[in-house]
Design a protein around this ligand. Sequence first.
Ligand SMILES: *Cc1c(COP(=O)(O)O)cnc(C)c1O
Length: 459
Amino acid sequence: MKYISTRGNIAPIGFKDAVMMGLATDGGLILPESIPQIDRETLTAWSKLSYPDLAFSIISLFADDIPKEDLKELIDRSYASFDHDETTPLIKKNGVYILELFHGPTLAFKDVALQLLGNLFEYLLKERGQKMNILGATSGDTGSAAIAAVRGKKNIDIFILHPHLKTSPIQARQMTTVLDDNVHNIAVKGTFDDCQEIVKSLFNDLPFKEKYALGAVNSINWARVLAQVVYYFYAWGRLPQPQEVTFAVPTGNFGDIFAGYLAKRMGLPIKKLLLATNENNILSRFVASGDYSLGEVVQTVSPSMDIQLASNFERYLFYLFDAKPERVRAAFDELRQTGRIVFSAKEMERVQSEFLSCSVGERETLETIASFCRETGYILDPHTAVGVHGAITRVTDGSSVICLATAHPAKFGEAVEKGTGFPPPLPSQLAALEGLATRCEVMDPDREQIKRYLQEKAR
Ligand SMILES: *Cc1c(COP(=O)(O)O)cnc(C)c1O
């Protein structure tokens, strides 16, 4: 399998190089040259596999330059850190299915991808005799999951920028209580988009990127998207009978839902992908009416989705534009010049044949948490509640919906309490963080200052 860039200006590369490249050197995002097609028979066979075995079956189609035994070992080790036998269990409550993606070390779905990415990095760096400085921006969950994935690993340092005081307190503690020497937390006095802009611009500084061997863990890394494709297949295989199903996906950076789009393109019987956003609704506006115009980031009770510029959206645009990189480049020029991208009627028809959307406000989110708890006793986190609200209000034809549960409710206890009137029980991993020592550098959203800090600390 070879990989190309959405911007069309890199020579095709293998999986290992794609993982190490992160953002493509032409400023685009990496995609496979072709999408493997999975037939019904294979789907049926896959539905009997354990999570790690299914992950191996899918990932090995895309990662054919790693010896199979090595890949199997990396995958098995990555999911051994999950605290549930099924890794991502599918449960049913009140007529909707819930796919619990939060059984990893930091209790959010990003562990699914990052546990694997951390192990892949370690493996590839060792093979190449190289070091890496991971640089990433987080609105909360990515950072803690990335840090958990590489803490203490040899040959890797990690620098994570998060918006100062804009993550939940528990998320901040999950990052800043990790005191391993190779972990560097930077709290930026600004928004997540500020953090992401700085990270992007440092990656686009090619001499700097090369000198410090910068690596990405943001959802722009192809291996992350790939790891997330697995649970769509897994969830489908756990349904009581084979059927077309809609997935409700709480969306921020378009990474999770893009993985669902790939699963659909591979042949998984997905009826629609329901793209659910909070008040930062550029993506749901796009699906509903073709209005892709940038707004200001607003703070919500689902902070991991407080994003306007969804970096993975470019991957979808590549397919929407019939794999024409020149159209992708033109669209991003247009966005830069006018703050919006305009789509044709034909393009919007295609979008709406694949996606549903909804934008869910704070009141509706909290009400969904409250009513779901009242009716089922099950506590949703505010991100999951955004998707569940979408499932209940948008899918009314009686067809099955699987809602992706992206975080454990205790990670967002304040918001949950606002909904239900009581704080969710704190799992022991989180309770143990209280009162631990922390380490973190607070900085202005100043690219040069942050660059200097990296130069000082990087190995
Ligand atoms: C990151 C995150 C999301 C959004 O996922 P994207 O891939 O960015 O769309 C949703 N919920 C939680 C809890 C997250 O951490």
